[in-house]
Design a protein around this ligand. Structure first.
Ligand code: FE2
Length: 363
């Protein structure tokens, strides 16, 4: 990248959902997030309720509406429960806007100031694929990590965490032939670098295929892979997503852990469902990825996938969809030097996803 950086990292990810309270309950009890703060009528916010959930450095905001005319209600009606805002922390909002406008492709919104007891928070919105946005948020004149309008949730028994620690990447699904324009949006429009490409030869099974490119900012402080459907014999899983989400949108958030076997077994115990991997995947695992620290039997037991590149290896697993529509899901990832996104696993993964797709009659 040339020049100074003007974006920092993913600050928070906000979902618009049908019931924020239920989503918060799920993220607390099943995923191990702590409800940190709440905004709603009780805190002077009239049109919505939001729960700020935190684990490690991951901040999720779960927001629902109180009135059917609200834009949140419209979002939920169209898309189902899904991600609306991947907010990015910036050190200097004026500079960030200047840098983006200089590139000439994107017009950030005017700066919006929100005042609270801890100072003022300044933000500007950039619209990305579908109805998804990036709020660029500047905390430099704000002395708290709880946004204005929120109040701390009374300390109760802290949930036992599951080891989910950091946002590794956030993946967007876009329509056929729209991947390259959205890569340009990030690279030419916002100063990201493109660092990886997969084509349908890498990512295809007999039936369905996709193409994917990855953009990153400042040594992978922010990583956004972008997928588009490719033609297979049957419907691509990316197309299925778009058909149900009714537009492009966020497909999955990958959250890293320091101990994937422990995290996944804990999540499973609490009822989180993961995609299963065919047992045959593990038969030639060490031939394919070389020596690894983990016990292959434990990985097999939990359907955890492994992939190696020239820098090391990574372990990953995908949940089933979190909401009612087959759209958004989570990935749990542990990196042991590896910088890949599991290219070598795509085939094994897709075969597992397609089994689920067939159950829904969409293959
Ligand atoms: Fe991923």
């Amino acid at each position: 990248m040339t020049g100074e950086t003007f974006l920092d990292s993913v600050s928070s990810i906000e979902f618009y959902v049908g019931s924020a309270r239920q989503w918060a309950f799920f993220h607390e009890k099943a995923m191990g997030f702590t409800p940190v703060a709440y905004a709603g009528p009780e805190t002077g916010v009239r049109d919505r309720v939001s729960y700020l959930m935190r684990q490690g450095t991951v901040n999720l905001i779960l927001t629902s509406f109180l009135d059917p005319s609200s834009e949140i209600a419209q979002h939920v009606k169209t898309h189902g429960d899904g991600v609306h805002d991947i907010s990015i922390k910036v050190p200097d909002i004026e500079k960030a806007i200047r840098e983006i406008e200089k590139r000439g492709l994107i017009k950030p919104s005017k700066i919006k100031e929100t005042k609270g007891n801890s100072g003022k928070l300044r933000g500007s919105t950039v619209r990305t694929y579908g109805e998804t946005v990036h709020t660029l948020v500047d905390y430099s004149e704000y002395d708290s990590d709880i946004p204005p309008g929120y109040e701390l949730v009374l300390e109760r028994d802290k949930p036992v965490e599951t080891g989910l620690n950091k946002v590794d990447h956030v993946v967007g699904n876009v329509e056929d032939n729209r991947m390259d324009p959205w890569v340009d949006f990030y690279v030419k429009g916002m100063g990201f670098n493109q660092f990886m490409t997969f084509d349908d030869k890498d990512i295809s099974t007999t039936y369905s295929a996709l193409r994917s490119k990855v953009v990153e900012y400042n040594n992978r402080s922010i990583v956004f892979p972008i997928n588009e459907p490719a033609l297979g014999l049957k419907k691509s899983q990316i197309q299925e997503y778009i058909d149900y989400y009714k537009s492009p949108g966020v497909q999955h958030i990958a959250i890293s852990t320091e101990n994937i076997v422990k995290t996944v077994s804990e999540l499973k115990e609490r009822g989180i469902e993961f995609l299963e991997t065919p047992p045959s995947y593990y038969e030639n695992l060490t031939e394919r990825v070389g020596k690894i620290d983990e016990d292959v039997e434990a990985l097999k037991k939990h359907s955890i996938l492994v992939d190696r590149d020239d820098k090391g290896y990574m372990l990953q697993i995908f949940t089933k969809p979190i909401g009612d529509r087959p759209t958004f899901f989570y990935e749990v990832i542990q990196r042991k030097g590896g910088t890949s996104f599991g290219k070598g696993n795509f085939k094994a993964l897709f075969e597992a996803i397609e089994k689920e797709q067939a159950k829904r009659g969409n293959l």
